[in-house]
Ligand binder design. Structure first.
Ligand code: IMP
Length: 438
């Protein structure tokens, strides 16, 4: 049974930890969208790993990792990540497959993004400045450069022509020093000598592996509300973070996905601009940020914080077909006297329980809160559901009711071991179905 792990909020839900937890029960972890804008933090035995482009499964020896065609690849970032892991004794080298159809992020993409954000002024997206958007723009504009294109090592072939054209667009758009396309060409040709061994047909690899009974975990980056189609457009990332992105971003059919696990924090955070109905301003927000250590794993930016938004997560359940939730960072709510849950939005004189399509409408929504009693005994570090304070169990039960799906995992701290696996729930059964193989 293959499983998809999808962010059910605005990213940073703690997917890295959950993927890491489930990886011993799969042989392949595949990423299908986004790029090194992602920041998946995993703590193992007191050591912290932050993964940006490589699937989080890479931390487990023997597990193979796929970077699908739906991902945009910055080669410098890829090599740096492989090298950092090697320094920590993790050899990614033999276990990596990068789709030959994945598009590249080249240095001029980052420059074009900085320019576009500056032009937007007050309406800026607040991107991670990694060149993600411009690379996807080139992809859908049918002028992108793909990983497999680098196999053309000639001086004056199609690759050289494509780079020359793209760089001349950059030179017209960006003031100051002109980029010499030959330098870019030389750099990617050098990069190819290192990259080549990892490049292949990801769709074929996955299809064959699944046919021979291997289990795959599809690892989402960002989150549903940052999805290019289903997110809070235009304040979104440029890829399909929702479940459909798995099929297009890896070249597998929908029946490859047997179950969808949504990841949601026990409250809400967001980095960058755009509407966030439950956002807390002032000390309450600051306190949540500090106790949750809510700073972007990729950019270090402070995350905007707010209460759990059941309208947004229920929406994520709908657009992804989520079967169950992993609820993360429950321990951060320890010690609060009461904990609000947003169950609806007040808008234009009425109350709605559905997420509006328009960003302007969402920005005008006022959250409707239901207040749950907090708990004084700590949830931090608890490893059995029945050991949670009863108010914490009530909080989870109410989240299940208003979100519409059961909670199968509860994370109570940053370490791998600070985790509750709910007995006889989706993930408990999934793990039992295939004992740890690696
Ligand atoms: P981009 O992906 O760099 O284009 O940024 C677009 C929006 O998505 C910005 O608001 C970013 O802060 C946000 N974003 C991108 N990647 C992540 C992530 O991994 N976690 C949280 N927010 C992200």
């Amino acid at each position: 049974m293959n499983i998809a792990v999808i962010g059910a909020q605005w990213g940073d839900e703690g997917k890295g930890k959950v993927v890491d937890l489930l990886t011993p029960n799969v042989s392949i972890v595949a990423r299908y969208q986004g790029g090194h804008n992602a920041g998946h933090t995993v703590n193992v035995d007191g050591e912290q790993f932050v993964l940006h482009l490589l699937p989080s499964g890479i931390l487990h020896p023997g597990v193979r990792c796929v970077i699908g065609n739906g991902v945009v690849v910055d080669l410098e970032a890829l090599f740096a990540e492989v090298d950092t892991l090697a320094e920590k004794g993790i050899d990614a080298g033999d276990r990596l497959l990068v789709s030959d159809k994945a598009h590249l992020i080249l240095p001029y993409h980052r420059e074009l993004e900085v320019l576009a954000e500056a032009r937007r002024g007050d309406r800026k997206i607040g991107t991670t400045s990694r060149g993600i958007g411009p690379s996807y723009e080139d992809k859908v504009g049918r002028r992108g450069i793909r990983v497999g294109d680098l196999a053309d090592t000639s001086d004056d072939g199609p690759l050289a022509h494509a780079i020359r054209e793209n760089v001349s667009v950059r030179n017209r758009a960006v003031g100051g020093a002109a980029v010499d396309w030959r330098v870019v060409h030389r750099e990617v040709r050098t990069a190819w000598t290192r990259l080549e061994r990892w490049v292949g047909d990801a769709s074929l690899f996955l299809t064959r592996a699944m046919a021979s009974g291997e289990r795959v975990l599809f690892e989402g980056a960002q989150g549903t509300l940052l999805d290019i189609d289903h997110g809070t457009y235009p304040f979104v990332s440029s890829s399909s973070a929702t479940v459909g992105g798995i099929c297009t971003g890896l070249g597998v059919g929908p029946r490859a996905i047997d179950a969808v696990l949504g990841i949601a924090k026990a409250y809400t955070t967001r980095v960058g601009e755009g509407p966030l109905p439950t956002e807390l301003h002032g000390t309450e927000g600051d306190e949540l940020r500090e106790s949750g250590r809510e700073y972007g794993a990729s950019t270090g930016r402070p995350r905007r914080c707010g209460w759990y938004d059941a309208v947004a997560v229920r929406y994520a359940v709908r657009v992804n077909g989520i079967d169950a939730l992993a609820l993360t960072k429950l321990d951060v709510l320890d010690g609060l006297a009461e904990i609000p849950i947003c169950t609806g939005y007040r808008h234009q004189g009425g109350v709605t329980t559905e997420l509006p399509s328009s960003g302007a409408a969402l920005a005008a929504c006022e959250p409707v809160y239901e207040r749950m009693p907090g708990w004084s005994a700590p949830a931090a570090g608890v490893r059995r559901y029945e050991d949670l304070p009863s108010e914490a169990r009530d909080y989870i039960a109410r989240i299940e009711e208003v979100t519409g799906v059961p909670v199968t995992i509860v994370s109570t701290g940053s370490e791998r071991s600070d985790t509750i696996l709910v007995e006889d729930s989706l993930i408990d059964r999934w793990r039992a179905d295939r004992p740890v193989s690696v």
